[in-house]
Design a protein around this ligand. Structure first.
Ligand SMILES: [Ca+2]
Length: 174
C-alpha cells in the first residue's frame, strides 16, 4: 500500500512536470520572435495572434534562409491588414520585407494597409528577412498578416530587372 502510494505520487509528479512543461511551451510560444531563423522547405509566418488583432509594441523578426542556396518565395495572403498611418508606411505599423523584390514591380520594403491581393516576393539571394513592427498606439482591429514561404529550385522571374539593392531601403504603400 505504501509502495503503491509512492509510485503513484512519483507518477503524479512526472505527469505534473509534463503538464507544466506543456504549459510553459504554450505560454512562451514565440508569437513575436526577436529573430527566428527559418530554413525549412516551406512554412507559415503570421503576425502575433493572427487572425486576431495584434498587440501594440511589437517588433518581430524572421530570417528565412534556403538550405540549398536557392531562392525563397514569399506569398503574403490577401487578408493582410496592417494599420496604415502614412503613404509610405514609415510610421505606426508595418511589415518590412528585406533582401527581396516583388513579382509585380512593387518595391520591396515597408508595407501596410490592406492590399486586398496576394503579394508575392522573391529573395535576391538565398535569404529573405521580415520585420513586423507595431507601435504603441491603439489601432482599429487590424489583424496583421499571414505569409507562406517556399524554397524554390529554379531562378524566379524578373530577377535581373528588380535586383536593385535588395529593396531594403525602399518604401511603398498600397
Ligand atoms: Ca499600432
Amino acid at each position: 500500500m505504501l509502495r503503491f502510494f509512492f509510485v503513484s505520487a512519483k507518477e503524479l509528479k512526472e505527469r505534473g512536470f509534463k503538464f507544466f512543461k506543456l504549459l510553459v511551451s504554450i505560454l512562451f510560444f514565440p508569437v513575436c520572435p526577436t529573430m527566428a531563423q527559418l530554413s525549412g522547405k516551406s512554412g507559415v509566418i503570421t503576425s502575433p495572434f493572427y487572425p486576431r488583432r495584434y498587440p501594440n509594441n511589437q517588433n518581430c523578426r524572421w530570417q528565412i534562409t534556403s538550405n540549398n542556396g536557392s531562392h525563397i518565395k514569399l506569398d503574403i495572403a490577401n487578408t493582410m491588414d496592417v494599420f496604415q498611418c502614412n503613404q509610405d508606411c514609415t510610421v505606426c505599423d508595418y511589415l518590412e520585407i528585406q533582401y527581396g523584390y516583388s513579382n509585380d514591380g512593387a518595391a520591396s520594403g515597408k508595407k501596410c494597409g490592406r492590399p486586398n491581393k496576394v503579394l508575392t516576393y522573391y529573395s535576391t539571394g538565398d535569404t529573405l528577412k521580415l520585420n513586423f513592427f507595431a507601435d504603441g498606439a491603439n489601432d482599429f482591429q487590424s489583424m496583421g498578416f499571414k505569409a507562406t514561404y517556399t524554397q524554390l529550385n529554379f531562378t524566379p522571374p524578373g530577377k535581373c530587372f528588380f535586383l536593385g539593392r535588395g529593396g531594403d531601403n525602399s518604401v511603398g504603400a498600397w
